[in-house]
Design a binder for this molecule. Sequence first.
Ligand code: ZN
Length: 478
Amino acid sequence: MKKIILNFALAVVLSSCESEGVIYENAYVIEDINLIDPIDGIAENMSVVVRGNKIIETFKTKEVKLSSKNEIYVGSGKFLLPGLWDTHIHFSYERDLSSAMPNLFLAHGITSVRDTGGEFDFVNKFKEESIEQPKTKSRVKIAGPLIDGKFNVYDGSSPTFPLLSIQNNDLEQLEKNALYLVEKKVDFLKAYEMLSHEQFKLLAGIAKKHNLKLTGHVPLSMNVIDASNMGLNSIEHLRNIELSMTNQSDELFEERKNLLKNETNIKGSTLRTMLHQKQRMRSIYSLDSSKIKDVVKVLAKNDTWQIPTMRLYKNFALKKYKNLEYFSLLDLLPPTKKEEWINEINLIPPSLDQQVIEYTEWSSKMVRYMHKNGIKFMAGTDTPIGYLIPGLSLHQELEDLQSSGLSELETIQTATTNPAEYFNIQDSLGRIKSGFIADLIVLDKNPLDDISNTKSIHAVIKDGHYMKRAYLDSLLSN
Ligand SMILES: [Zn+2]
């Protein structure tokens, strides 16, 4: 579909018999496409000029006569969207999959990712590569390791709990570790569940002082209102918020406080699982609507965003990965990884746990309620955890966010303008405006008609570099 007039003689003939039209030097034009700006919505039959890595102009196709000397991609009938973010990924969860992840992201139109926890040196390599090769690698923002307490959960003790966190026995250690990450220029910090109240407070202070966003799971030693008031900017997986929304909050808190002393020295991962098992569904079955209201009011007031990872929960609850249809999607993975996942999946009993299903349904309702009350969301998946396929799973997450009550355009915002705003780069990324970075995707079908149309990717543009479907497919061939 790219038509470049290379024949000089022909160009001269054309220009001599008709008015020449506008030429954009060292640029290309995506001609006659429907723009979907996440804020302004759809604008039909527009043309977009890209020079270097920037959008330099957008105009109504019929208002500008283009010279045929331009490099042109015809966009008629197609839809242009800003490149998408997956705001919750882990490069280091399955290290032997990590090298395949960048291409999987790019080929699915994920032009930016936020790595929410992994050993600093390991995840920083992906960030550095993304900076060195901006035209062929998705942008990578990193937290470095999860900052956890004395009994850290992801301690490397098993494949389910690889080393994603730093253990912090006391305040001094936490300060030293957090400042090390600040000095290494991480993009945000992530608080984890076993932090003490005092450790969390110190960490929130460090994040604020160094102008970094603090995300995390609400520590089990705290209630969500305190965490938000102290400066937790965003919450992953809605984790532990239900514990502060029940009419048994005080009793549950007392029980947790005692168990968190961990006098028998059990592993952090075991302790955390035990606490979730003891308290999560008890909370869900004794929810108190006035407490829910209070919590959501505080989160909205403090601008505490949510990354609810809906598909992760749904996948666990419904064991969707056991469907044959899902097995065929695993062809996207390197063959050895596909085989490994299938072997693991086959060992999982097919029976569904009603409580997990109820929790998942509750999460979806909570997203709807929070959205109505002004809380902002970002689309994130937790891939490759839960057998979520890097790249593809973001599109599945968008479907789940939309079905939880967001409009199609609002859903698109969770993967474009919202993450840009989160990292304070909203003036240069996430919209289709002149001056913005040309991270874009061309779709065959309109995602405002059906959000699952974000999967109909015809081309991906990263940092101005236009990659056609055939090239994207070559990235996916293992
Ligand atoms: Zn995660």
